[in-house]
Design a protein around this ligand. Structure first.
Ligand code: FES
Length: 102
């Protein structure tokens, strides 16, 4: 469940991220990309450019919401509609379940 950490208003919102098939969630601060959150938890996801252009990190979001802080991440409207995201530039807006296996 999402929660606001205690402390001043500058404390980032913390979400939970389940990277299937891992059973335990990891913490996913809203001010950090999902790729960085996974790496911080010791889980390596395929990546290359880390700026939303190469698509190496493309994964399907099973549940939850993300937002991007770049103008147009390298996703087609169809891919977005099918739930694909780019974890290197996607930030969590809710608790999430993400396919972690190819
Ligand atoms: S690593 Fe290149 S788009 Fe994510």
């Amino acid at each position: 469940m999402s929660r606001n950490a205690h402390g001043p208003s500058t404390t980032p919102l913390i979400h939970q991220l389940w990277l299937q098939p891992h059973a335990q969630p990891i913490t996913a601060p809203a001010d950090q990309s999902l790729l960085r959150s996974a790496q911080a938890a010791g889980i390596e996801l395929l990546s290359s450019c880390r700026n939303g252009t190469c698509r190496a990190c493309l994964r399907r979001l099973i549940s939850g919401r993300v937002s991007y802080r770049i103008e147009w991440p390298g996703l087609s409207a169809q891919e977005k509609g099918e739930g694909y995201i780019l974890p290197c530039v996607a930030h969590p807006d809710s608790d999430l379940v993400l396919e972690a296996q190819d």
